[in-house]
Design a protein around this ligand. Structure first.
Ligand code: GLU
Length: 385
């Protein structure tokens, strides 16, 4: 009998955000003039003090294993960030560091889900949510947020999705892939539902620093004792490749996630952890960097949203993150065919909405230069004619 793969992995699809971003990078490497609006990857370098700290880490010989849960310095810096910016008091042992926000979240699902447990989440959703839930044996239960509300869900629909099997409510604002920023009363509503039904609340706050209109509030601030706060350096600090995520929550959960991480991957990259301490503690310099990047994203968003709507790829104006979910029908009502035409004929790479559960939509990331945004719109205009 031939050696087989596990049923778990046979059913697992590749991440389409990673796949489409990889395809665009490979085309560029081959010399094709492609504009990539695929991955949510800031085009900015991290701020200078972060780069300096990474060099310092190498010079100091900070190249050994760190504790599995992350260095004490970084966990203290993360706890101080949550106190300063979010008003939540976590002890450093309620904080852990992982290989990107993705691993924090996966550690979390593996630590709370038993087979058949349900997780309520909002669609369009980030492609890896359902995949991670299913890998952990759970069942994703989807609440749809329509374009007409700017992809903001109705709390009554979230309530209606809760069953006796529900174990986790998942909230993500600003949202990947829609850029929706939920009003504080809705975020509070998620927390109240979690309290009422005795559920875990997972909040993915990776886009906290990328809010352009409206106000960021973390669900963790309403129910810290039952919330896993998922965060990381990738988006707001432009540190994607450094692979530093951090999570905070009740000690029982964080300890479980640490046990899991100690047996699976151990601590995250030592040099990157030292650099992230600088990102979190050199507060003024980081704030100046974030003001600069936010202003750039606002300009790009406004140009992109206006341009796409003018071309008939209609989209609400997102309030945060750096994504736009545009209607594909001006190119092709089938979003996968539309994405292929965009790539093959216009050399603009995007991610089709399929795996975000957003049929008929294309995700454009504007984490790329304003010139690229303008050039992409011109190319799309020529394609549509
Ligand atoms: N989170 C980013 C995105 O959605 C990076 C790719 C990934 O990890 O999915 O594009």
């Amino acid at each position: 009998m031939p050696a087989t793969l596990s049923r778990r992995i046979e059913g697992l699809k590749a991440s389409s955000t990673v796949a489409f971003a990889g395809r665009a990078k490979e085309l560029a490497r081959q010399g094709v003039n492609v504009i990539s609006m695929t991955a949510g990857e800031p085009d900015f370098l991290p701020p200078q003090h972060v780069l300096d700290a990474a060099r310092e880490a190498i010079d100091l010989g900070l190249t050994k294993y760190t504790p599995s849960e992350g260095t004490a310095e970084l966990r203290e810096a993360v706890a101080a960030k949550f106190q300063r910016e979010n008003g939540i008091a976590y002890a450093p042992d309620q904080v852990m560091v992982s290989n990107g926000g993705k691993q924090v979240l996966y550690n979390g699902f593996l630590s709370v889900l038993d087979p058949g447990d349900e997780v309520v989440l909002v669609a369009p959703y980030w492609v890896s949510y359902p995949a991670q839930i299913e890998l952990a044996g759970g069942v994703p239960v989807v609440v749809r947020a329509p374009a007409e509300t700017g992809f903001v869900p109705d709390l009554a629909d979230v309530r209606a999705a809760i069953t006796p099997r529900t174990k986790v409510l998942l909230v993500n604002s600003p949202s990947n892939p829609t850029g929706a920023v939920y009003p504080p009363e809705l975020v509070r509503g998620f927390a109240e539902l979690a309290e009422e039904h005795d559920l875990w609340l997972f909040t993915d706050d990776l886009y906290e620093h990328l809010v352009y209109d409206g106000e960021f509030v973390t669900a963790a601030s309403y129910a810290p004792e039952r919330t896993l706060l998922v965060h990381g350096a990738s988006k707001g600090y432009a540190m994607t490749g450094w692979r530093i995520g951090f999570g905070a929550g009740p000690k029982k959960l964080v300890q479980a996630m640490n046990r899991l991480q100690g047996q699976s991957t151990s601590g995250a990259n030592a040099v990157a952890q030292h650099a992230t301490v600088a990102a979190l503690t050199e507060v003024e310099k980081t704030a100046a960097f974030q003001r600069m990047t936010r202003a750039a994203y606002v300009e790009r968003r406004d140009v992109l949203v206006e341009g796409l709507n003018r071309l008939g790829l209609s989209t609400p104006k997102p309030q945060g993150a750096f994504y736009v979910m545009a209607d594909s029908s001006a190119i092709d009502p089938d979003e996968e065919r539309a994405a292929i035409r965009l790539l093959d004929e216009a050399r603009v790479a995007v991610v089709p909405g399929t795996d975000f559960l957003a049929p008929g939509r294309l995700r454009f990331s504007y984490a790329t230069s304003l010139d690229n945004v303008k050039a992409a719109l011109e190319r799309i205009g020529r394609l549509i004619g």
